[in-house]
Design a protein around this ligand. Structure first.
Ligand code: DON
Length: 326
């Protein structure tokens, strides 16, 4: 496969969609990004990386972090995170897939919500258990678990992402984190509501702060495609060490397919046919198990919070290559 040629064709196809949609403004600091940006990168399972357009420009990962925080909680739960030791390791030395690895699923479901990513409505009828880890409520539970496992959820995430991406310069965007905290009433409400059901282990202010920080991390398409490589390698990192067992990687990919693009997950599966996770910064990562991980970025969002040009690009990528999971 000539990835570079495919990416160039995909970028040309997506060009008319760039600038369509709305740049997220409910977090005011995100609004400063220009809508005409577009980048796409592919990292194959052997470590080669290709890109077109603004593929090396950092942007706010926002909800894409939710896929990585779930992976880190799974890794921490069986103590196979390895690496530089900065993730903290109170998860112990249980084997992948062993006791502990499934604990998170007692506190968060794995069904699509069919509601917007920041919706409160299902929580009351469902005893404070969010539908899945990729809506905001579910991600707050995952962050809470990570806080318990590591003692510093957002720093653990930053170190994890630096290591998986191979980019030691990754950092939080303090202005974005502060801006989200200032306008964070909805997430605070979700967290307090879940706490009232006993579904948080840590104080609400600390959970939401770590969540805002992890959403504020800035990464490029290159960084994200490389960092998500373990999802295409059935849980193996680039150096061959194991982060997750194959079953865990399959599970994350499955939940990405069914829940990663919120109430547009059905439409996304129909158009693109890949596990994917979007963020309101305009990024989307997508996984082709056994082949490669993609990341596309363009800040204009549709009404459900997914990048318009990004979705068009991924749609065209799977059409050109025939590489959807279906
Ligand atoms: O909590 C929020 O609203 C943002 N930090 C993240 C939302 C997000 O990226 C949803 N994605 N489409």
């Amino acid at each position: 496969m000539d990835y570079q040629a495919v990416l160039e064709e995909v970028a040309a196809h997506a060009r008319p969609y760039v600038g369509q949609g709305q740049v997220a403004d409910y977090i005011p600091a995100l609004e400063r990004v220009s809508a005409d940006r577009f980048g796409i990168a592919v990292a194959d399972i052997h470590g080669a990386v290709y890109g077109v357009g603004d593929w090396e420009v950092p942007f706010s990962v926002q909800s894409i972090s939710k896929a990585f925080s779930l992976a880190l909680v799974m890794a921490q739960s069986h103590g196979s995170q390895g690496g530089d030791g900065n993730h903290g390791a109170p998860g112990g030395n249980r084997a992948p897939g062993g006791p502990g690895a499934d604990d998170i699923w007692k506190r968060v479901g794995r069904e699509p919500s069919g509601t917007p990513f920041n919706s409160l409505v299902q929580l009351e009828a469902e005893n404070g258990i969010p539908r899945n880890p990729f809506i905001n409520a579910g991600a707050l539970v995952v962050t809470d678990r990570l806080q318990t496992l590591t003692g510093d959820a957002s720093t653990s995430m930053l170190h994890f992402l630096r290591e998986e991406s191979g980019n030691p310069d990754l950092a939080f965007d303090q202005a974005v984190a502060d801006s989200e905290a200032e306008h964070g009433d909805r997430n605070a409400a979700l967290a307090h509501f879940m706490a009232s059901f006993g579904n948080l282990e840590n104080p609400v202010p600390s959970v939401i702060q770590h969540y805002f920080w992890q959403c504020s991390i800035e990464m490029s398409c290159r960084d994200l495609a490389v960092a998500g490589g373990f999802l295409a390698r059935h849980g193996l990192r680039a150096d061959g060490s194991r982060l997750l067992d194959a079953r865990e990687a399959k599970r994350i990919n499955a939940v990405m397919l069914t829940c990663g693009t919120y109430d547009a997950a059905g439409e996304f599966a129909y158009r693109v046919g890949l596990p994917a996770k979007s963020g309101v910064g305009g990024g989307i990562i997508a996984v082709i198990p056994g082949r490669c991980t993609l990341c596309v970025w363009s800040p204009g969002l549709d009404a459900r919070g997914n990048s318009v040009a990004g979705a068009a690009a991924l749609d065209h990528f799977t059409t050109l290559t025939g590489w959807s999971v279906f």
